[in-house]
Design a protein around this ligand. Structure first.
Ligand code: GTP
Ligand code: MG
Length: 457
């Protein structure tokens, strides 16, 4: 569980998730406050806002609840990002809304996170929204799930209550067949117990505080499939030079001058002749760098093409996708619906050709469905009008995720995680297979016959 030397300075991305009012914003405020992650002027602003919008007591949730509408209603609507650092690590915290209406924002926050902290109000235990969020976090492939059983002050720090919640969440993960490690902590976000400092009230709990976990959890297991560069634009230099660079952000691996690459979707092969980072040439770029590369061959490469190191795991070029989706549009969707898939390798129109199942959030079982409705999680098949360059989400998050856009309203109506790309190789039906075997046999025999004829002559 300990952080390795290379990780100590990495930025860890965290999302707080859970049902409305479970205390997500308060927990983040507490983390920032107790780890000294907020400044004097912010504290003064929170004191002022607490007097204005609350009962006057210092309201930590106001540190993240930035929008005016949020403050007035006391709920989080947007995704608020907050940055803080300890001597060991730096963190980006995404405070996501608990209200079902805002599942989209929760998915946005969690989709880029290494760790999700799921909050549960100890008084209420696991509710439908907890199940939905845990299911989405598991689908989105976070490396760790920290379970903060909050408001323990309101249940007299009962160990039995805590154990019940832990069992319920562990059962959700088992039922979903998820192997994401679960780290439960009993906390009180308003008082700060077990958030940064350990609490005396929970003498029966001898585990780490939330911050201890955030500082120590190993998130290095995140997948690296090797060097990928989704081309954002082509740079041509003026003034007679024939420089032609392909620019974008290196997503995974390292890319060096001299490296053999494949350019998708066309499948051209070439060799990297220069790498430019921050305007200066470099021999090698690493994942996360914004770079431009030149290739040895004069190829037709442009926006949305994907340059992949030949040594890396290769993506799939496909017009058929099987994917898990979170549907967050008010209007439901059914088979036959036209849809636009917005992926790093392009924006392509298509059609939903099947709904394989929908996740029932009460039983956590997959059931057959004619349509997906607001906040449903399900598995669909999509047929695309032109190819995309994709990966399975479990192998590569960036290459396996896409947004679903409505072609009529242009609104984002869902988030998509590729389960499988392309069509499974068709197994010939027995009769057809038999015919093929017979045909092959006779073809071979004819060839042999010819060969015999040659010998005979
Ligand atoms: P949404 O953003 O609307 O989903 O809510 P949230 O999860 O961010 O909850 P928030 O932090 O706004 O807290 C909701 C209410 O619970 C506030 O009144 C908090 O003061 C209160 N609260 C949060 N944590 C605790 C706790 O540990 N104990 C007690 N007694 N109250 C708490
Ligand atoms: Mg909130």
């Amino acid at each position: 569980m300990s952080a390795t030397a290379t990780e100590l300075n990495t930025q860890i991305r965290i999302a707080t998730i859970g049902s409305v009012d479970d205390g997500k914003s308060t927990l983040i405020g507490r983390l920032l406050h107790d780890s000294k992650g907020i400044f004097e002027d912010q504290l003064n602003a929170v004191s002022r806002a607490s007097r204005r919008y609350g009962d006057g007591s210092f309201n930590l949730a106001l540190l993240t609840d930035g929008l005016r509408a949020e403050r007035e209603q006391g709920i989080t609507i947007d995704v608020a990002y907050r940055y803080f650092a300890t001597p060991n690590r730096s963190f980006v915290l995404a405070d996501t809304p608990g209200h079902a209406q805002f599942t989209r924002n929760m998915v946005t926050g969690a989709s880029v996170s290494d760790i999700a902290i799921v909050l549960v109000d100890a008084r209420h235990g696991v509710v439908e929204q907890t199940r939905r969020h845990v299911a989405i976090a598991a689908l989105l492939g976070v490396s760790h799930l920290v379970l903060a059983v909050n408001k323990m002050d309101l249940v007299d720090w009962s160990e039995t209550v805590f154990d019940e919640v832990v069992t319920d969440v562990a059962n959700i993960l088992t039922t979903l067949d998820s192997r994401v490690p679960l780290h439960p902590v009993p906390i009180c976000a308003t008082g700060g117990q077990n958030v940064v400092d350990r609490a005396e009230e929970s003498s029966w709990y001898d585990g780490p505080s939330i911050l201890d976990l955030l500082e120590r959890l190993d998130v290095s297991a995140s997948q690296d499939v090797g060097a990928r560069l989704a081309v954002q634009w082509t740079i041509r230099e003026h003034g007679g030079s024939d420089y032609r660079g392909y620019a974008g952000r290196l997503d995974g691996g390292t890319l060096a001058v001299g490296e053999r690459v494949v350019v998708y979707p066309k499948g051209y092969t070439s060799v990297v002749t220069s790498v430019t980072r921050a305007g200066a040439p470099t021999d090698e770029a690493i994942a996360g760098d914004a770079i431009a590369v030149e290739l040895q061959d004069d190829l037709d490469v442009g926006k949305n093409d994907v340059i992949v190191a030949a040594s890396a795991q290769q993506p799939v070029v496909t017009q058929q996708i099987v994917a898990d989706v979170c549907w967050f549009d008010e209007s439901s969707v059914s088979v036959g619906a036209p849809i636009v898939v917005r992926h790093s390798s392009g924006e392509v129109s298509g059609r939903i050709t099947a709904i394989q199942h929908r996740l029932d959030l009460d039983t956590l079982q997959n059931s057959s469905a004619q349509q997906l409705e607001l906040n449903d999680i399900g598995r669909i098949e999509i047929s695309l009008s032109s190819p995309l360059v994709v990966d399975a989400y479990t192998e590569h998050r960036a290459g396996g995720s896409a947004a679903l856009i409505s072609p009529t309203t242009n609104a984002t109506v869902g988030a998509l995680m590729v389960v499988r790309a392309g069509q499974a190789p068709a197994v010939p039906a027995p009769k057809a297979r038999a015919r093929r075997i017979i045909r092959d046999f006779f073809t071979a025999k004819e060839k042999n016959h010819d060969a015999f004829a040659l010998f005979a002559s």
